[in-house]
Each structure stands twice: as structure tokens, then as C-alpha cells.
Design a binder for this molecule. Structure first.
Ligand SMILES: [Mg+2]
Length: 383
């Protein structure tokens, strides 16, 4: 079998772009992949344009060997743009291999270790009475892990960390009082705090309030997380932007994070995700995969989650309290389904996702840019 074409489809689904890629072969078998570098689709398409030059004519069954070539070719290795492109291609190659062999992708990863994939939901309301109501609704519907957003999450111009901390902390304490001891609770601070601010927030949590804090600070300096680790007992959930095993290396080996937020559409596809998962297993760290975009990412994450022993929850953005439209069934007529608070592991060959390509080709690409947030003094701060 030979690769004959690689097509890129950057499309607006719900309110965000998804970059889908389709890998075609001379035997009529094709595979779909998705890139995770949301907001920089043109850059990833540019990388795929380069890769297409040497992938046409190659054997799609050799994902492992091709991964090495994609990552290490042209001397300058890796980086987030290239890894997002590699991820989409690698997922597409696994879809092809599953279809060619007539087996679901999890069979290519060692087989199923669990029958259903527990998910966590996000209560999208900022801290306040509505957030508590949403969390109660999720708990009543059987969700055992709920993630909150901080005050200021939905701001489009200004984010002031100390104001957010002050407004958010008491509502986390309230949420634990209302929801009881069994449900797992977390919050995603989206890289918006400094070490001192993150410590101040966590220190306002009585021990046991939160089961995890996600991305409290930026990730370029692992030793900054080491410093934060000394200042709080709240477990860390990090890694959604990591683009290789080498970025996970210091976090895993120094035991800096307690939940691994690997994104299969950013880290390098199945080929790289399985290595990171195995390494995490050796450190008793469970995966809690990032899954913020489309059904191809969801399906790939479900196959990964089905095949590893060290798994906690998969992110779900389509819950009783949050419907973002990223799983549009007109575009994706066949996709992984959610039953209650868990995903069903699909048994059809490949990923188990079908895309209405004709419809996709009729859709427009919209440049999108997340809000550029500023502090009250005018300086830039992370979205
Ligand atoms: Mg996050």
C-alpha cells in the first residue's frame, strides 16, 4: 500500500476551527486525523505541505518509522507546529492500518483494558451560584469528576489574577461543601498565574477541596513547577501543550505532575502518546487526556484510553451543562458516543469516525484568534 494524497481541511465547527487531515492510499483505504494546535491552522498546513513532498509513495503501515522521519528530518527537530502536523498524520495512519486489518485502533495498541472511558465535564459558568447549580446537575447525572473555570475566564479584554483568585477561591470551598467528598473537583487556570499567585490560590483551599489544579502556570520551566510543588498540596494536571516525549521528560522523571493532560493531537499521535503513557505508568501517573476540539481527537483519545492501564478521565465538552457544537453530526455522521458520563469504545475498524467530506469541502475557513488579554496596567497576560 502507498500513500497517494494528503488533504487538509481547516473548518469552523461550533465556535472554533478544527484542522482535519485525510490521508489517501492507492488501495482506496483512507484515514482521518486532527491537529491540536488550535488557532495556528495555517502554520500546521504549511508543515503538512512540506511533509507531503516525501510522504507520497510511502507505506502508510510504517507509522513508527515515518514518525522518526517526520520529527527528525530537515535537521531542526520537532516543535509545536511540526508535532501538531505529525499528530494529525500519525492518527490518520492508525485509522488506515485499523481499516486495512479490519480491527479497531485499540487492537493495534495492545487491546482493550477497559470497557468504557470515564469522562470529566466542565461547569462553564464562572464562580457563583450558577456554577454550583451546574455542578449539582452534573453530579445528579452521574458525573464523578467536574472541572471549574476561574473568575475572569470568559473575559475578552482584561484579566487580573489577584481579582480572579479572590473571587474564585471561596466558590471552590463552597462547591466542595455542597457536592460532598466523593466527586473529584478541579479547576483549569489556563497558564494565567505566576508561581506566587498560584500558591496564593491553592493556599486558600482547605486541604481536600480540590483534586487537581490544571495548568496554573506556564510550562517552559519545569523547575518553576518544582517551586510551586513546595508551596501547595493540590495535585497538578498538566501537559496538554507538550509536543513530544522530551517535553514530558522532566515532568515525569521529577514527579512534577500527578495527572498527565497529554493531547494526542499535539504530542505526536498514537506513536508518541503510547510512549508517554508507558513512561507515566512507571511513575504511577494517570492520563487525563486533553480533548477540547473535534470527534477525531475524541475517538483517538478513546482508543488510547482503552489501551492503557493508567487512566483517570477523558475531557468531554459535550455534557448536560455544556454544548459547544464541536461534535456536529452533519460533519461527523459517525462518531464515538457518550453514554451517561463515559464514552463507548467503538468496535468498527479504524478510529470509528466518518466525515462527510463533500459537506466539509463546502465549508469556509475562518481565521480565528483568541482574545489577547491585558492586565489593568496595560501589560499582556495569557488567555
Ligand atoms: Mg487546560
Amino acid at each position: 500500500m502507498k500513500i497517494t494524497a494528503i488533504h487538509c481541511f481547516p473548518i469552523l465547527v461550533g465556535w472554533r476551527n478544527q484542522l482535519l487531515i485525510k490521508v489517501e492510499t492507492d488501495e482506496g483505504v483512507y484515514g482521518w486525523g486532527e491537529s491540536g494546535l488550535s488557532g495556528r491552522e495555517r502554520a500546521v498546513i504549511g508543515a503538512i505541505d512540506h511533509y507531503r513532498e516525501f510522504l507520497i509513495g510511502r507505506d502508510p503501515m510504517q507509522a513508527g518509522a515515518l514518525w522518526q522521519e517526520l520529527y527528525r528530518s530537515q535537521y531542526f527537530e520537532g516543535g509545536r507546529v511540526l508535532s501538531a502536523a505529525i499528530s494529525a498524520i500519525d492518527i490518520g495512519l492508525y485509522d488506515i492500518k485499523g481499516k486495512a486489518l479490519g480491527v479497531p485502533v485499540y487492537q493495534l495498541l495492545g487491546g482493550r483494558q477497559r470497557d468504557r472511558i470515564p469522562a470529566f465535564a466542565t461547569a462553564p459558568a464562572e464562580p457563583g451560584p450558577e456554577m454550583i447549580e451546574q455542578a449539582k446537575q452534573l453530579q445528579d447525572a452521574g458525573w464523578s469528576c467536574i472541572r471549574f473555570v476561574p473568575a475572569g475566564q470568559n473575559a475578552t479584554d482584561c484579566f487580573e489574577p489577584r481579582e480572579s483568585i479572590g473571587q474564585t477561591a471561596p466558590w471552590m470551598v463552597r462547591a466542595r461543601e455542597v457536592l460532598g467528598p466523593e466527586v473529584a473537583l478541579g479547576i483549569d487556570y489556563h497558564h494565567r498565574l505566576s508561581v506566587a499567585e498560584a500558591a496564593a490560590f491553592c493556599q486558600r483551599m482547605p486541604s481536600g477541596t480540590l483534586d487537581f489544579i490544571e495548568e496554573p502556570i506556564r510550562d517552559e520551566t519545569p523547575s518553576a513547577y518544582e517551586a510551586l510543588r513546595q508551596l501547595t498540596d493540590v495535585p497538578f494536571a498538566i501537559g496538554e501543550e507538550f509536543s513530544s516525549k522530551w517535553q514530558f521528560l522532566p515532568y515525569i522523571e521529577r514527579n512534577l505532575h500527578q495527572f498527565n493532560r497529554l493531547d494526542i493531537c499535539n504530542v505526536g499521535g498514537f506513536t508518541e502518546a503510547m510512549k508517554v503513557a508507558g513512561w507515566s505508568e512507571a511513575h504511577y501517573v494517570d492520563l487525563m487526556p486533553h480533548n477540547p476540539l473535534g470527534p477525531i481527537c475524541t475517538a483517538a483519545s478513546v482508543h488510547l484510553a482503552a489501551s492503557i492501564p493508567n487512566f483517570a478521565w477523558l475531557e468531554c465538552r459535550s455534557s448536560p451543562v455544556e454544548q459547544l457544537g464541536f461534535d456536529n453530526s452533519e460533519i461527523f455522521p459517525v462518531q464515538v458516543s457518550l453514554q451517561g458520563s463515559a464514552y463507548v469504545v467503538p468496535d468498527m475498524p479504524g478510529l470509528g469516525v466518518e466525515v462527510d467530506e463533500k459537506y466539509v469541502r463546502s465549508l469556509d475557513f475562518h481565521f480565528s484568534e483568541p482574545p489577547h488579554l491585558r492586565r489593568r496596567d496595560g501589560s499582556y497576560t495569557n488567555w
